[in-house]
Design a protein around this ligand. Structure first.
Ligand code: C2E
Ligand code: MG
Ligand code: MG
Ligand code: MG
Length: 277
């Protein structure tokens, strides 16, 4: 009877699985084509100094301008790019494009680039970063790499070695989506991060929710005690902005300041800010 059941289940699930495999294969082929066709683009979201309100950096966020599907968000293709290894050429393209774009920005505004844990697993990453800085002419201090807690799990010794090599290259290191992983506290002490980016899940219910407020306040205090700056992500309202600024965070990012903008619009945003100041 158990055998019979197994067969029935197999028959029910087989088509769905085959369909899924097929869909992934199609997407993979499509991504390879898109990379060659130049369909990926970077949008930039301003990060402002919490006190002056001035733009001091921008985060590069990749999008896929698909001929039929329109603008595709990274959540819909980064995971598959990571599984297939396509994240390596895509990630290199992102890094090179972001550094090139940033050389054209005024006031030594920094560019923040997200690194996939898969890119981080490649020992040659620090040299690749240095090569791109040399090729594009962007000073290392103007590049910041955003790394999620995910990379910390692999192998602590190796992680420390990789982060130290990147740090020695002169780039900034930010821990992204802080608070969503595990063992965050020991990692902060152990690894040479310059910045903590507080995940937007802690911001959503600010300023009304006392527990969210306590967590954000505690992370900002801890960061500053450990010599790290803090960026609060996902600030969507004036009330949230006022709260996090009053809590002495260093930097604010979120729809309240600006959505991620196509490169051209980001530069226009900078010009507009300057005019307003
Ligand atoms: P992330 O690095 O945490 O980036 C911040 C995400 O939050 C972005 O989503 C941004 O558009 C969104 N966001 C910013 N402000 C607000 C806000 O006020 N409210 C809300 N609801 N959302 C806000 P996006 O662009 O869809 O990117 C999602 C994730 O995809 C990123 O999260 C990052 O993990 C990944 N990603 C994006 N670009 C790259 C890339 O070039 N390489 C890699 N490896 N990952 C990338
Ligand atoms: Mg990020
Ligand atoms: Mg983030
Ligand atoms: Mg995130």
């Amino acid at each position: 009877q158990a055998k019979g059941e197994g067969k029935a289940r197999f028959r029910i699930f087989e088509p769905a699985l085959a369909e899924r495999v097929e869909a992934r294969r199609t997407l993979e082929t499509d991504m390879r084509r898109a990379l060659k066709a130049g369909e990926f683009e970077l949008h930039y979201q301003p990060l402002v100094d919490a006190h002056s309100g001035r733009v001091t950096a921008a985060e590069a966020l990749v999008r896929w301008r698909h001929p039929r599907r329109g603008l595709v968000s990274p959540a819909d293709f980064i995971p598959l790019a990571e599984e297939t290894g396509l994240i390596m050429p895509l990630g290199a393209w992102v890094l090179r494009t972001a550094c090139t774009d940033a050389t054209r920005w005024p006031n030594a505004i920094k560019v923040a680039v997200n690194l996939s844990p898969v890119q981080f697993r490649d020992d040659r990453l620090p040299e690749a970063v240095e090569d791109i800085l040399r090729e594009t002419g962007l000073p290392a201090r103007r590049l910041e790499l955003e790394i999620t807690e995910g990379v910390m799990f692999d192998d602590e010794e190796r992680t420390l070695m990789m982060l130290s090599r990147l740090k020695a290259a002169g780039v900034g290191l930010a821990m992204d989506d802080f608070g969503t992983g595990y063992s965050s506290l020991s990692y902060l002490r152990r690894f040479p991060f310059d910045k903590i980016k507080i995940d937007r899940s802690f911001v959503r219910q600010l300023p009304a929710d006392a527990e969210s407020a306590a967590i954000v306040r505690a992370i900002i205090t801890m960061g500053s005690c450990l010599g790290m700056t803090t960026t609060v992500e996902g600030v969507e309202t004036a009330e949230q902005y006022a709260f996090v600024a009053s809590e002495q965070c260093s930097q604010v990012q979120g729809y309240h300041v600006s959505r991620p903008l196509p490169s051209k619009d980001f530069v226009a945003f900078l010009v507009g800010q300057k005019a307003a100041a």
